[in-house]
Write a protein that binds this ligand. Sequence first.
Ligand code: SF4
Length: 183
Amino acid sequence: MISFLHIEPVCVGAFEDNAPPWRNDPLWQAADSTMAYLVRRHWQQLYQVNETADQIKNMLASIDAPLDRLSRETCAQCPAPCCLVADVSYDFRDLLFIHMTDQAMPPGQPRRTTGEVCRYLGGEGCLIPRQQRPWICTWYICAAQKNYLASCHEISRTKLQSVIAEIRILRKQMETLFIATVA
Ligand code: SF4
């Protein structure tokens, strides 16, 4: 069990700086263990957060296949795919979501320093399930993808955008509820 004497400095290091946070292994592990501790300690009171996280999980599952298809159709032709060049990172809500849905924490931020290729990029695309990826990997739809969607009859752009908008709201709610509970 982690004591409050240990938690206090860890919380400061893990949650104060948000731009981008927890890039080295000790900070990442501190964020992980702090979140795990808070979730464990307040689990009984976190049922609404848990329900919200489950809702998000189901909604992510509902758009996984169309988004995978969209990536397959567009990213291969892109001269600068996000997974190679974009500086994506996990944020507080990502970590909270992973913990509240009882998933394994990925080993660290996608990049330790700016300019690195995402560590989760494999030969066939992303190596981790959508529910474990940073949220930005799901919500960001680039101009080329929007163009593709405009002429694609198999994937509904409107549905994708409305699910993404709803998840965005739920993530905010999940965070607000969590902070109100543990504060
Ligand atoms: S986590 Fe996956 S989807 Fe996101 S940038 Fe890395 S390889 Fe791409």
